[in-house]
Design a protein around this ligand. Sequence first.
Ligand code: NDP
Length: 324
Amino acid sequence: MNAGMDATLEDKSVGFIGFGNQGRAQALNLRDSGIKSILIGNRSDGYLSQIEEDGFAPVSLEQASAEADLLFILVPDEVMPEVYKQHIEPNIKPGTTLIFASGYNITYGHIKPAADVNVVLVAPRMIGAAVRERRLEGRSVPCFVAVHQDATGEAGAIAQAVAFGIGATKEATFEVTFKQETFLDLLSEQAVYPVIIRTFVAAFKAAVEYGCPPEAILLELYGSEEPAEVMKQVAQKGLLGQLSLHSRTSQYGQLKGFSRTEQLGVEAFVKSVLEDQIANGSFDKEWLGAQQQGDAVTRQLEATDLSSLLTAEASLRERLYGGK
Ligand code: NDP
């Protein structure tokens, strides 16, 4: 058994509901950590051949729910309440530990487990493919862990041991609440990334108007992968610590620009997203309503007018990556 996992998980039967991005990566990592009994519950389509190819036992969602001491619930958040109601809730036994990778459905009350089960969160802070890759490279997988319900008195120890089992180290495991995980996740998605994307689009439009070639603008903004490199340095050296990697002109310009953008109202926007969309539950209501009217994501995509940027992107990708 993996160092750090201790006896908490020994002899526990582990079930997975879902074998997608997170399900596959976490199941493979747990098996590498020494967990022997792993049942993969999946609908009999989609990922079935992958489950068998990976050497796991595919079973029904009901069987995985009934036999598991520890049950990972790793289907998309939007379908999770229905999957829980139909396939999980009627079959789990008292004392089961339900393990979520997202706090969303518990935070907003779409799933309300009975009081006799443990409810924990082990949420990797990265996409599933990277959860697996990091483990194979011997690198740690940073995780949030939380306990919502402790029916057996060992929920906290199980959450910690599961985090180790899927690849986190003690240093890379951060205790939060379900609500905090949910709010932080949504804050990045609804405030931080939109501001970054809006800024890219604004810079593209301004530079096109100024006569710069569209592909060159996108190469400068993100096509070269330089921002991805810079963000990696930010993570490792800090927001200001990484500045020394840039020219003095760049450092001065970045710092001056940072103080000038104080006037833009970004702080008020971010705060209002947190308070008026996320914490008060209005985004959750909006999202539920939007899903009931069909493919809400496609409708949002159709409402964005980025055609000239997308044309330039396609042409840049063709040039740099042969269109892949
Ligand atoms: P995926 O979209 O990859 O999940 C796919 C799996 O869910 C497949 O096994 C699929 O089965 C199954 N599934 C889909 N719809 C249904 C349904 N209606 N009934 C039964 N099974 C269904 O999910 P993720 O791995 O992306 O997300 C899982 C959890 O992890 C979520 O809570 C998410 O928020 C969280 N998370 C995700 C991250 C990510 O990087 N994606 C990062 C951190 C947390 P089939 O083969 O039959 O299609």
